[in-house]
Design a binder for this molecule. Structure first.
Ligand code: DGY
Length: 326
């Protein structure tokens, strides 16, 4: 009987797949429902054949060695896998899988929620009302930025970036994007988007939404220089990975009115929020909820589990990110 370690309680549909394939006794779910400590993670993975982990857990050479040579797969419960040292896994011939596709639309929905909230000062307005400060309707009360007809700039035009662009149609927006890879012309026409360089994206966008993976090239892609190049009315949204933005620089730009507002779902050092950001009224802050709908989180659990089932039954894990090990 193989042994599977699940580092955090996940939706039942994923666990059921594992129970059906291998029996309940094969699966150890970490007992706590909060972040597992490094030492519990190192201890929990020892002697396991499969690891189902989440995006806040660092899966590196030390962890893989602690597991032992029988470890046959690391299944990440996320599409982003910057928490995993894939090269270290590949060197040990361990496949790593992620959960692409299923969270595209849900994450784009959340990015739009942030965009609308930051543009129209939704959370600021609610705080104001709940604090009992609303005395009357006011001609200049909590004015924000129009979304319809504005220019949306997308930084990173993968699956989620494209889903973001599709939603912009309803707001009659002009959509521009930048990425290392340009979309095929036919897809650009379908989405009604234009490829631009970073300088143009910063200069022309009323809204910028970040949808790139975290890599050395995208780390701090948005810092002092970029904020200075943006419109003072611009709104910045990040639902990708925190370190794409230099947080102290963003807080300064928000404070100085260099940009109008921001909407963030991800942070440089989750769950720590930079105190200067917490002090800003003009930023909407969410606790990494991009994929957090009932259905999507269940589908992510199913994909992560089905990668484990496939691997332990001698088949190809369907969403392996380092297939060269197979
Ligand atoms: C992911 O899957 O990478 C997301 O950040 C989870 O919401």
């Amino acid at each position: 009987m193989p042994k599977i370690f699940v580092t955090r309680r996940i939706p039942e549909r994923g666990l059921d797949l594992l129970y059906t394939a291998f029996g309940k006794e094969a699966v150890t779910v970490a007992p706590q429902d909060n972040a597992i400590t490094r030492s519990d993670l190192l201890a929990g993975v020892r002697g396991m054949d499969a690891l189902l982990c989440i995006l806040t857990e660092r899966i590196d050479a030390e962890l893989l060695d602690a597991a032992g040579p029988q470890l046959r797969i690391v299944a990440n419960y996320a599409v982003g896998y910057n928490n995993i040292d894939v090269a270290a896994a590949t060197a040990r011939k361990i496949p790593v899988s992620n959960t692409p596709g299923v969270l595209t639309e849900t994450t784009a929905d959340l990015a739009w929620t942030l965009l609308v909230s930051a543009a129209r000062r939704v959370t600021e307005g609610e705080r104001y009302l709940r604090a009992g400060r609303w005395e009357s309707w006011g001609p200049t009360l909590l004015m924000g930025q129009d979304i319809h007809g504005a220019t949306l700039g997308i930084y990173g035009m993968g699956r989620i970036g494209q889903a973001m662009a599709e939603r912009a149609r309803g707001f009659q927006m002009r959509v521009i994007y930048t990425d290392v890879v340009r979309l095929p012309e036919e897809r650009e026409r379908e989405l009604n988007v234009s490829y631009v360089d970073m300088t143009t994206l910063l200069k022309d966008s009323d809204f910028i939404s970040i949808h790139c993976p975290l890599m050395p090239e995208t780390t701090h892609a948005f810092s002092t220089k970029e904020f200075a190049a943006m419109k003072p009315t611009a709104v910045l949204v990040n639902s990708a990975r925190g370190p794409v933005i230099d947080e102290p620089a963003l807080a300064e730009a928000l404070k100085q009115g260099q940009i109008f507002s921001a909407g963030l779902d991800v942070y440089e050092d989750e769950p720590t929020i930079h105190p200067d950001l917490l002090a800003c009224e003009n930023v909407v802050l969410l606790p990494h909820l991009g994929s957090a709908s009932f259905e999507t989180r269940s589908r992510m659990a199913e994909i992560a589990a089905s990668n484990i089932v496939a691997r332990l039954q001698g088949q190809t894990p369907p969403t392996c990110v380092n297939p060269e090990v197979l």
